[in-house]
Design a protein around this ligand. Sequence first.
Ligand code: GDP
Ligand code: MG
Length: 178
Amino acid sequence: GAATMQQELLFKVLVIGDLGVGKTSIIKRYVHQIFSQHYRATIGVDFALKVLQWNNDTVIRLQLWDIAGQERYGNMTRVYYREAVGALVVFDVTRASTFDAVLKWKDDLDSKVTLNHGRPVPAVLLANKCDQLAPQQPKLDSFCRENGFVGWFETSAKVREGRHRILNTKGSEDKQQC
Ligand code: GDP
Ligand code: MG
């Protein structure tokens, strides 16, 4: 048979936000299709790999970086952020203090890493635990616009459902499975 050449792209994506917002749960849901109520605080930095067959020629390996324990201190080292090409900034819709912390995380990110030519690393806001609270998109639209987020998703690691909007595209609000 014909030998096909596939290119493999590796992307480092950070998952940041306050303790308990659901970072680990989102990664587990996305990569392993599981959810657990049990709180398990891992120590150190955890990696998860999501392999996506992007098209016939391209495989994307998403390396998701989970912080574990260190989010207590509200910032990470430059080493952790190094060579990231994207970030998910997560808050818990049931805890206002975790939303207040979103800008602190975004500042930490922007001050410690950039893409080539100094462009900011694209960051998407995740409003997690949306199974617990009614939709809140008007607030998030303007918040993302004003604070340099690419867009937002409402997520639930528990029920796998949510809404999202990516700014600067023609796409309107969608209800879809995460
Ligand atoms: P992390 O500290 O940011 O990694 O947060 P975890 O992933 O450990 O989650 C903290 C707690 O929130 C755990 O008890 C999870 O089961 C719970 N949790 C995470 N995501 C959701 C969600 O979408 N909905 C609900 N109801 N609970 C969630
Ligand atoms: Mg965690």
